[in-house]
Write a protein that binds this ligand. Structure first.
Ligand code: SF4
Ligand SMILES: [Zn+2]
Length: 449
C-alpha cells in the first residue's frame, strides 16, 4: 500500500482538534477513536490480502518452564482465522484473520500425535524424568470459539487427551494448554471442558490482555476485551481452570520508557487479581515482545517510521525491574515470549526482534531472555550479561535507559500517547481512505460512528 501524505505535517486546525481529543478522559477518548481505528484496520487488511496461511498443522518447540533440558511442542491447527478480526478489524499487532480452511478431525489427530509422540520418545529416553506432559494445542484465534473450531472436534480432542491421561501417562501430570479470547470463555464451555477431560487433567488457558491501561488496550490494540475481564478470570478459577494472561511489550505510540512502565504495571496488576477467597490465582503471565507482521497497523506504522521494534535492553530492563519489585514467587510466574516464532509466521513475513549480527554483544542478553525461567540465578545472569554489553547494537535503536521508575502511565504520558495515536489515525484516514480526504478530525470521527 503506497502512500505519500502520511508524514506530511497537519494543517493547524486539524492539529488543534487532535490536541482537544488528547485532552479527553480515557473512556471518551476510546469511544471516539475506536471506530476510526477499526475502520483503518479493516482497510489495511483488505489492501494487504491474505497473509498467514493456516492450512496445515504447524508447531514449534518451547522450553519447559521446570526443566532446562526439556522442550515441548506448541501446536497450531489450521483454521478459518480469528473470528474477532472479521467483525472488528482485529487487534493492531496480529494478522490471524487468515482465511485458511475449516479444522478437520484429521488435523486434530495430527496435532495430538505430534505432542504424544514427542512425549513417548522423551520419556523412553529419559525414564528418570518424572515431569508432566504438556498438551499445548491451539487455533490461530480462539480454541473455545465455535466459529473457529467445531464442538465435535473439540470433543474429540478432549476425549483423546483424557484417554492418554488414563492409559498412557502412568501417573504423570497431564496439562492441557490452549488460548482463547475472554469473550469466548463461558461457564458452559468451562463445565463441558472439565467434564470431558475428566477430573485429573490440568487445564490452562492463555488470554490476551495486552495492557491493563484502557487507552493502550482499546485505543491502540483494539483488543475488545469484555469490561468484566477480571471477573471472567475469576470464573475460570472457580471452575478449576488456570488462566495465563498475555501482556504485550512495545505498543505503538509509547516511548521506550512508557512501554517499560506500562508492562511492569500491567504484569503486576494481573498477578494481583484475587479470587473469591481473596487468594492470588494467576500462576503464569506472559510478557509478549512485539513483533512485526505484514497486514497490521504496527507494520503500517513501522513502514512509515512511526513505530520502532522494541530494543532487547528495554525488555531486559523490564525483567530486572520486575525482579526487584515482585516477590521471588511472583517473579517466577513471568515468562518471556515472542522472541522466536513458528515456521508459518516466519514464512508469512513476521519479523522478530533479533540481532542479525552473530558477533554482537546483545546476543548474550537475547540468549538469556529466549530461555527465560524466572529464577534468581536467571535474573543475576541477565543483569551480568547486560552490564557486560559495552557496544551499542548496530541493528537496533540505541537503548535510552535506565529510566526513572513510575507506576504505569502518568496523566501527561497519556496525553502524549493519545495525541500521537489520534494524529496517526487521522493522517492514515487522509492517506488510505479516499472518501475521508479533506475532512476535518471531527468529521472523520463522525463519519465512522
Ligand atoms: S490477537 Fe487474538 S483476538 Fe486479536 S486478532 Fe489476533 S487472534 Fe484475534
Ligand atoms: Zn545486536
Amino acid at each position: 500500500m503506497e502512500n505519500t501524505d502520511f508524514k506530511e505535517p497537519l494543517p493547524e486546525s486539524a492539529q488543534r482538534e487532535i490536541e482537544r481529543t488528547a485532552e479527553l478522559p480515557d473512556e471518551e477518548f476510546v469511544g471516539e477513536v475506536r471506530p476510526v481505528l477499526r475502520g483503518l484496520l479493516k482497510e489495511i487488511r483488505k489492501a494487504e490480502g491474505e497473509l498467514v496461511r493456516a492450512d496445515e498443522v504447524v508447531y514449534h518447540m518451547l522450553p519447559s518452564p521446570d526443566n532446562p533440558e526439556r522442550e515441548n511442542p506448541l501446536v497450531v491447527m489450521p483454521s478459518r482465522g480469528c473470528g474477532y478480526e472479521k467483525g472488528s478489524g482485529g487487534c493492531s499487532m496480529c494478522n490471524f484473520g487468515c482465511e485458511g480452511r475449516e479444522t478437520t478431525r484429521e488435523d486434530a489427530d495430527t496435532a495430538l500425535d505430534i505432542i504424544f509422540d514427542h512425549n513417548r520418545r522423551w520419556f523412553a529416553e529419559h525414564p528418570e524424568d518424572n515431569g508432566g506432559v504438556v498438551v499445548n494445542i491451539n487455533e490461530p484465534g480462539s480454541f473455545l470459539s465455535d466459529r473457529e473450531l467445531s464442538p465435535e472436534i473439540r470433543d474429540h480432542i478432549y476425549k483423546r487427551i483424557r484417554e492418554y491421561q488414563e492409559t498412557e501417562a502412568q501417573g504423570r501430570a497431564v496439562v492441557m494448554v490452549t488460548e482463547s479470547r475472554l469473550d469466548q470463555i463461558t461457564e458452559e464451555k468451562l463445565i463441558e471442558m472439565r467434564e470431558k477431560l475428566g477430573p485429573d487433567v490440568i487445564i490452562d488457558i492463555g488470554v490476551g490482555i495486552e495492557s491493563t491501561d484502557l487507552v493502550v488496550e482499546e485505543g491502540i490494540f483494539n483488543k475488545g476485551k469484555p469490561d468484566d475481564w477480571q471477573e471472567k478470570m475469576r470464573m475460570m478459577d472457580r471452575h478449576g481452570v488456570g488462566v495465563t494472561p498475555h501482556l504485550m511489550f512495545g505498543a505503538p505510540f509509547l516511548t521506550e520508557e512508557q512501554a517499560i512502565n506500562d508492562a511492569v504495571k500491567s504484569l503486576r496488576d494481573c498477578l494481583e487479581i484475587r479470587n473469591d477467597k481473596g487468594e492470588k490465582f494467576v500462576n503464569t503471565a506472559l510478557l509478549m515482545v512485539m513483533n512485526r507482521r505484514p497486514g497490521t497497523l504496527v507494520d503500517y506504522l513501522a513502514r512509515n517510521e512511526e513505530h520502532q521494534m522494541p530494543n532487547v535492553m528495554a525488555v531486559a530492563e523490564t525483567m530486572e525491574r520486575l525482579g526487584e519489585e515482585l516477590s521471588p514467587e511472583d517473579f517466577r510466574k513471568i515468562m518471556v515470549f515472542g522472541l522466536v516464532g513458528p515456521k508459518n509466521l516466519v514464512e508469512a513475513g513476521t519479523e522478530y526482534m533479533t540481532c542479525h549480527d552473530e558477533s554482537c554483544q546483545c546476543n548474550s542478553v537475547f540468549g538469556i531472555l529466549r530461555e527465560w525461567r524466572g529464577t534468581p540465578e536467571n535474573l543475576k545472569r541477565l543483569k551480568d550479561a547486560r552490564a557486560s554489553v559495552t557496544d551499542a547494537c548496530p541493528n537496533e535503536t540505541a537503548f535510552q535507559g535506565p529510566y526513572k521508575r513510575q507506576n504505569g502511565l502518568s496523566p501527561e504520558n497519556k496525553r502524549q500517547i493519545k495525541e500521537r495515536a489520534a494524529s496517526a489515525y487521522y493522517r492514515m484516514s487522509q492517506t488510505i481512505l479516499p472518501d475521508k480526504r479533506g475532512m476535518g478530525v471531527e468529521e472523520v470521527i463522525k463519519s465512522f460512528e
